[in-house]
Design a protein around this ligand. Structure first.
Ligand SMILES: [Fe+2]
Ligand SMILES: [Fe+2]
Length: 264
């Protein structure tokens, strides 16, 4: 069954169960559970997500497992570009908009193309990989395709965002107090990474990511990735085979975004 047909059938089935008292969130959850039930193949959770450590994580032994295309996700082209990942995997959600708004802020502030690109890519791992250490994951994803300064900055925004710098008008984010509590302390490796980064020649590039990060969550704004086409063309080495198929050391990470629910 193709994706459009699958989505139409799922929407109809879910809508049949909607009641007047359901909120948008209730309806979205109902649709999601209909979609999971409607899949011909079972999706297995990664082992490390199994918090109970019970069972063999194999699911229903009588059901085939998901391999390749997941009909719930948009189909990716055979030769995907960074822009395709933005549009089809990072989502038209707040996640992708956060990156786009952050890059726009940096561009409007007249910062260098390296800073703008670093802002554009700084949180791609939050949207596609395990969230932990997202700056390190993102840096690794882009390393073969960008100037070393860009991936260095993306890697170190992970640590620097926890430390204020009055020279850049950067304070500890209030949102972190809300998210992690008043008494949250970063682990020692983050402290050491921030100390190292502060003394580095590219410190400013990484710090600019933090500065342009804080104000890039405007639900009213809608920025398109096409605005950055020229900048990407000049600063991101798109492989001719497509991201995920160029045999680089990180190609498998991009392929995992194409087929995130494959069993193996
Ligand atoms: Fe981040
Ligand atoms: Fe961010």
């Amino acid at each position: 069954m193709d994706r459009r047909q699958f989505m139409r059938q799922s929407s109809l089935a879910a809508a049949a169960g909607f009641t007047g008292s359901m909120t948008m969130v209730d309806k979205a959850e109902a649709l999601e559970s209909v979609m999971v039930e409607g899949l011909e193949r079972e999706v297995a959770l990664p082992w490390y997500c199994n918090v109970t450590r019970q069972g063999n994580n194999m699911g229903d032994p009588n059901k085939l497992k998901m391999m390749g295309d997941d009909p719930r996700l948009p189909q990716m082209p055979e030769n995907p570009s960074l822009e395709d990942y933005f549009e089809l995997r990072f989502g038209a959600n707040m996640g992708a908009q956060h990156l786009l708004q952050s890059a726009k802020l940096a561009a409007d502030a007249g910062l260098s193309e390296k800073v703008v690109l670093a802002c554009l890519l700084h949180d791609i791992a939050v949207l596609t990989m395990p969230r932990h250490d997202h700056g390190y994951w993102a840096a690794q994803l882009i390393e073969p395709y960008v100037d070393e300064e860009v991936s260095w900055a993306v890697r170190h925004h992970q640590a620097l965002r926890f430390f204020p710098d009055p020279d850049f008008d950067y304070e500890y984010p209030q949102s972190y107090i809300k998210l992690f509590g008043e008494d949250y302390q970063v682990p020692p490796y983050i402290e050491q990474a921030a100390e190292y980064a502060t003394k580095h020649k590219w410190y400013g590039t990484a710090r600019h990511i933090c500065v342009n990060d804080l104000y890039a969550f405007d639900p009213e704004k809608k920025i398109e990735i096409s605005e950055f086409a020229d900048l990407i063309g000049r600063n991101f080495r798109q492989p001719s085979e497509g991201l995920g198929f160029d045999r680089s050391p990180v190609a498998h990470m991009w392929r995992t975004m194409i087929w995130p629910n494959s069993y193996l």
